[in-house]
Design a protein around this ligand. Structure first.
Ligand code: SF4
Length: 327
């Protein structure tokens, strides 16, 4: 394993009374050191479950990683026991979520929640950890750090809480930060500040970021490399400039077309027709075929495989299979 994160053929399924949901199905991706990879797609496409699988947070017995490997810094996370995984989690890999309020403990002060990982993972004394906690609060741009350290989560705004989540996440200098929709619950000006903060910590420490988002504006701002997921599968991936300038998959094109543009009236905004298919009703096919304007007969009966269409761009679509294109 060469890259910091190497996910190979990951499959994470959920057993429900109605059948098995293949939330993540045969997904492979890489995150290099110091790189930001964005996973983009609609709700339910498997992007968050991919991140949760990396963190070992998929809850059984219904949810289970059923196949593949998750290589991190040379070790397969799926082969580690709970203690080994706990050591890596929070220290080498940290995660921030969309809703900081539900991630922080409401009965502990901000200071106590910052001190805990410093004592547990870095073996700092309580006194040194407290001093570092105050520094971290200042580093994420919050004034009156002493006072904030003594506050409880409900006393802070959403933007401040997300800054605190970032402070906790970077406190142990992780090699990889997983950020799951970190700006979705925030208003636009605060969103920009949070993205700036993530960039600052990334540049300072060569940290890698795996960013989960449905917001193409965030992708354009942050990503080096983009992965587009649909119904549990990767349908397109590539370097950000290439993918934005020359999207190949009809779903990626639809996503980019539906992005608001300054000066374009709201009622002219494009939306991809139809709905994401029911994950319990998937048959061998391109899962996007019901919504695709370019759908061909083969798309309804055979699944396209992810293949290279350019030096650093891959797509899973029958339009790019020569045998089909030239019939
Ligand atoms: Fe559309 Fe067919 Fe490509 Fe799927 S495989 S995106 S249905 S053209």
């Amino acid at each position: 394993m060469k890259e910091l994160l190497e996910i190979n053929h990951l499959s994470t399924y959920f057993d429900t009374e109605a059948g098995t949901v293949k939330a993540v199905d045969d997904v492979s991706l890489r995150v290099k050191r110091g790189e930001t990879v964005c996973i983009v797609g609609e709700s339910g496409c498997g992007k968050s479950i991919t991140a949760m699988s990396v963190m070992g947070l998929v809850e059984g017995p219904a949810g289970k990683v059923v196949g593949g490997e998750i290589g991190f810094d040379g070790r397969d996370l799926l082969k580690l026991d709970k203690n080994e995984l706990r050591t890596i989690r929070g220290h080498d890999i940290a995660m921030i979520f969309q809703e900081p309020m539900s991630s922080l403990n409401p009965v502990l002060t901000i200071g106590e929640q910052l001190i805990e990982p410093l004592v547990e993972h870095l073996k700092m004394s309580k006194k040194a950890a407290r001093k570092r906690a105050i520094e971290l609060i200042t580093e994420v741009g919050i004034s009156r750090a002493e006072q904030i350290a003594g506050s409880y989560p409900h006393e802070l705004s959403g933007g401040m809480l997300q800054r605190i989540m970032i402070a906790i996440a970077v406190s142990c200098s992780p090699k990889l930060l997983i950020a799951d929709e970190p700006t979705t619950a925030l208003d636009v000006t605060i969103q920009a500040q949070i993205l700036d903060l993530l960039r600052k910590f990334k540049e300072e420490s060569n940290m890698s970021i795996l960013l989960i988002t449905h917001d193409l504006g965030v992708v354009a701002e942050m990503a080096d490399y983009v992965i587009v997921m649909y119904s549990g599968k990767i349908v397109e991936e590539g370097e950000v400039v290439e993918l934005f300038e020359n999207p190949k998959h009809p779903y990626t094109r639809g996503l980019l077309k539906s992005k608001p543009v300054l000066g374009r009236r709201q009622d002219d905004l494009y939306s991809i027709p139809g709905q994401v298919p029911n994950p319990l009703d998937l048959t061998p096919s391109c899962y996007f075929h019901d919504r695709c304007e370019s759908c061909m007969a083969v798309c309804q009966t055979k699944e396209p495989q992810l293949k290279a269409v350019a030096d650093k761009q891959k797509v899973a679509c029958w339009l790019y299979e020569e045998a089909v294109v030239h019939v």
